[in-house]
Design a protein around this ligand. Structure first.
Ligand SMILES: [Fe+2]
Ligand SMILES: [Fe+2]
Length: 255
């Protein structure tokens, strides 16, 4: 079984790059299921029903979120028929939608979204405790986690702690792809998948606006940069007999 996981899709430019490359990636890489992080899909913050449907129409089958999950208020109107995965340990979280189980090739894959704690806001439960609860409460054959967080060490430690129970821990949130992908005893891991968003930018935002704030203390809106996007993703191969991951490969397509 081959999974494709696309990193944080940022704004219209990020959606455009996914639309452009996803169909050929699915065919050429013989992908069985596509997951993407959509927490920045709507103007860089959050997601709307319309944009979720737009992503589903291009081949994404499950959309994970993150600390920006609730930035657009109409996200609360989205019912469970739209495959969104909300953070499991965020204030106001829709916990019943924080792990979704899908069947792929006769195996039940549980997909969860969990926030780390270091340098992260609105986290109301330790991610390790949350993961223990998911493993106890959710019945599945394979467990995939989008671990959404800032600190590299925390994401690596999480992967080592849960490696025997998970098929993948894929980091998101920093928007910068790390080159540390590896298999840890059958668990695919990468500290951060990186974003699918504007290449000439500061993690997706307009360079000048970020500089105006950092250098001149000006209040800016952190508008999404209006430049062509890169696509960042990983491809994970899972052995269906042993139910363990055998490879993880980075994908990075620059404009
Ligand atoms: Fe993000
Ligand atoms: Fe984030």
């Amino acid at each position: 079984m081959r999974l494709l996981f696309v990193g944080d899709i940022v704004g219209a430019s990020g959606r455009a790059v996914v639309k452009r490359y996803l169909p050929e990636l699915i065919v050429n890489q013989q992908i069985d299921f596509v997951i993407a992080n959509g927490e920045n899909a709507a103007h860089g913050k959050g997601i709307t029903p319309k944009i979720a449907n737009e992503l589903l129409a291009v081949g994404i089958e499950m959309i994970t979120l993150g600390n920006h999950a609730y930035s657009k208020k109409d996200v609360l109107e989205i019912d469970s028929s739209i495959p969104l995965v909300f953070p499991a340990n965020m204030e106001g979280a829709r916990r019943s939608l924080s792990t979704r189980v899908v069947e792929i090739k006769g195996l039940r894959l549980a997909i969860s979204n969990i926030l780390t704690q270091v340098f992260m806001d609105y986290v109301d439960e330790n991610p390790f405790d949350v993961m223990e609860d998911i493993l106890e409460e959710v019945d599945a054959d394979l467990y995939f986690v989008d671990l959404h967080g800032e600190a590299t060490s925390e994401k690596i430690a999480f992967a080592y702690y849960f490696k025997d129970h998970l098929i993948a821990v894929c980091g998101t949130h920093t928007h910068v792809q790390t080159a540390d992908e590896r298999i840890i005893d059958g668990c695919a891991f990468i500290t951060d998948v990186g974003m699918s968003g504007p290449f000439d930018s500061v993690i997706g935002r307009d360079v000048q606006e970020v500089l105006d704030r950092l250098v001149h203390n000006k209040h800016t809106r952190y508008t999404v940069a209006d430049t062509d996007s890169m696509l960042c993703a990983v491809i994970i191969e899972i052995d269906e007999i042993s139910k363990r991951s055998t490879s993880i490969e980075r994908v990075q397509i620059r404009p």
